[in-house]
Design a protein around this ligand. Structure first.
Ligand code: DC
Length: 223
């Protein structure tokens, strides 16, 4: 039987994690798991239910009760059976997901689910705490980073491609705020996990980052 492998990719918003992780998973035939989408789904459910984003207890109930799944073979996100792939990308969901993700009860529920998802299949899983908390024994750990201005510019372009027009200064401010919250929270902050290979994607193309990661995987897994 082939060994099951975990590739953990962490980093701040706009570092290129989703694009790169999806491509690497496709190249390797691994399952791609976007854990940010899971916190986004919890935030969406909380907002729809009118739950205060500071109410730890209610948020944990929401996180435990939410049925979050990825449609096999696509990157569609299902929340209680509904396709919320578009809805979780609305601009107001980004700060909301960052806010709900500070609560240990919410994190416990998501981490349990993430460990189940990576238990039996080889995965490329991306987020903030994959190499540090979810799979500290991952065979490959990557930390993707980039200059904050470049990360904001990438996010603006991504949103523009989806037809959303936003003030660039506002997007940069939102990203900085979110990074600060994500990296200073008490439970599972964004950190460079021990053993993670750090890649600064600022001057790199998507193809170059993909190749750099494939090289690391090859070095670590097929010595
Ligand atoms: O990757 P993203 O921008 O879709 O993530 C949205 C928020 O979810 C992010 O600001 C922090 C939180 N998150 C987290 O706390 N842990 C993860 N593993 C992934 C995301």
């Amino acid at each position: 039987m082939k060994k099951r492998i975990v590739v953990a990719i962490d980093g701040p918003a706009g570092a290129g994690k989703s694009t790169i992780a999806r491509r690497v998973a496709e190249r390797l035939g691994f399952v791609y798991i976007d854990t940010g989408a899971m916190y986004r789904a919890v935030a969406l459910k909380a907002l729809r239910s009118g739950v205060d984003l500071g109410d730890a207890e209610r948020l944990e109930q929401i996180a435990r009760g939410a049925r979050i799944a990825f449609e096999p073979g696509s990157s569609r996100v299902l929340l209680d059976g509904e396709d919320v792939t578009q809805a979780i990308r609305a601009p107001e969901i980004s700060p909301a997901a960052s806010r709900v993700s500070v609560f240990p009860g919410v994190r416990r529920a998501m981490v349990e689910l993430q460990r189940q998802m990576g238990a039996s299949e080889s995965v490329v899983m991306e987020g903030r705490d994959i190499g540090s908390v979810v799979f500290p024994d991952a065979e490959v750990k990557i930390f993707l980073d980039a200059d904050p201005a470049v990360r904001a510019a990438r996010r603006i372009r991504e949103l523009e491609e989806k037809g959303q027009k936003l003030d660039p200064a506002e997007v940069e401010r939102e990203i900085r705020e979110r990074d600060l919250r994500d990296s200073t929270r008490a439970d599972s902050p964004l950190v460079r996990a021990p053993g993670a290979v750090v890649i600064d994607t600022t001057p790199m193309s998507i193809e170059q980052v993909e190749q750099a990661i494939l090289n690391v995987i090859q070095e670590r897994i097929i010595p």
